[in-house]
Design a binder for this molecule. Structure first.
Ligand code: C2E
Ligand code: MG
Ligand code: MG
Ligand code: MG
Length: 287
């Protein structure tokens, strides 16, 4: 775009292709090193709450990476890098093992929800990784939930459904994440008996002001009841969001209103230290 920008137009800086490829290769190498050393990768946990009782039924494991130069990087940036560079199975196992070990120590017996990406499904390796994580942590299978997004079901559907069935046979629950953002959501509900449907935060947040979004939340919640599937409203940030999720009939809620993702108690001191370094570093300090 910068190249074709003519007289009177603003030149927008875009790193050229080569620079982007180099950055990408560097990021991949740094991620690989992090996975090998175990340094800088963490799992944070966010509560999922039953709307009627207010009890924490589960916590979602969310991966975090503190890049040695760039500081904290979003999983939306580095999970795709892991997927495209063959590191996703390793990253997935890291999260599974850390999350199951953590959950095995919880006094409240809440379940642990772990995200898996499309690239982890369909080759049969996930079922092995899950079995290993459960065995090593002594966590009972019915306390583990695997979250898959709709896009995971688009390719190779039969292999993927087969693998989800194997997880089900182990006693693991399977949730459909980000419901409503992908294609042919309803077809996916027919293809596999999910235990849980997570309604994407965008619908939940907009449901306060937009009747159409409220209608979507209500329709998914009632669908869930008819199918005997728990529905979770994601992205609940305010009491108004919570009221709406309750009115529309969702079973569970998750969002900043109940707690941001936070480190496990064992990681908390290291993370405080990393935050302190990031703050004190003149290169990253925002003043
Ligand atoms: P997701 O599975 O849909 O996770 C929910 C995301 O919403 C998380 O972002 C969470 O921090 C954020 N969130 C929670 N409550 C609120 C809220 O009230 N308001 C807003 N605005 N956001 C909220 P996060 O941690 O940045 O993760 C982004 C995505 O990255 C996840 O979306 C998931 O698709 C992926 N991801 C995270 N951890 C893993 C992992 O271990 N493995 C894989 N394969 N993907 C992961
Ligand atoms: Mg999720
Ligand atoms: Mg989600
Ligand atoms: Mg998401």
């Amino acid at each position: 775009a910068a190249k074709t920008a003519g007289k009177g137009t603003f030149r927008i800086f875009l790193p050229d292709m080569e620079t982007r490829i180099q950055e990408r290769i560097r990021l991949e190498a740094t991620l690989r090193a992090a996975l090998e050393s175990g340094n800088g990768l963490f799992v944070f946990y966010q509560p999922i709450v039953a709307i009627e009782t207010g009890t924490v039924t589960a916590r979602e494991a969310l991966v975090r990476w503190h890049h040695p130069q760039r500081g904290w990087i979003s999983p939306d940036e580095f999970v795709p890098v892991a997927e495209q560079s063959g590191l996703i199975d390793q990253l997935g196992s890291f999260v599974l093992n850390a999350a199951c070990r953590e959950a095995a120590g919880w006094q409240d017996n809440a379940r642990i929800a772990v995200n898996v990406s499309a690239r982890q499904l369909g080759s049969g390796t996930l079922v092995t990784a899950v079995s290993v994580a459960l065995t090593v942590s002594c966590l009972s299978a019915d306390r583990l939930e695997i979250e898959v997004t709709e896009t995971a079901l688009l390719n190779n559907e039969e292999d993927i459904i087969g693998e989800l069935r194997q997880l089900r046979d182990l006693g693991v629950r399977v949730a459909l994440d980000d419901f409503g953002t992908g294609y042919s959501s309803l077809a996916h509900l027919r293809a596999f008996p999910f235990d849980k449907i997570k309604i994407d935060g965008s619908f939940v947040r907009d449901s306060v002001e937009r009747a159409d979004c409220a209608a979507v939340v209500q329709a998914v919640a009632s669908l869930g009841r008819r199918l005997g599937v728990t529905t979770v409203a994601e992205g609940v940030e305010t009491p108004a969001h919570l009221d709406r999720a309750r009115e529309e009939g969702c079973g569970e809620v998750q969002g900043y209103l109940f707690g941001r993702p936070k480190p496990s108690d064992c990681d908390a001191p290291i993370i405080d230290e990393l935050n302190r370094i990031a703050r004190d570093d003149p290169m990253t300090s925002t003043g």
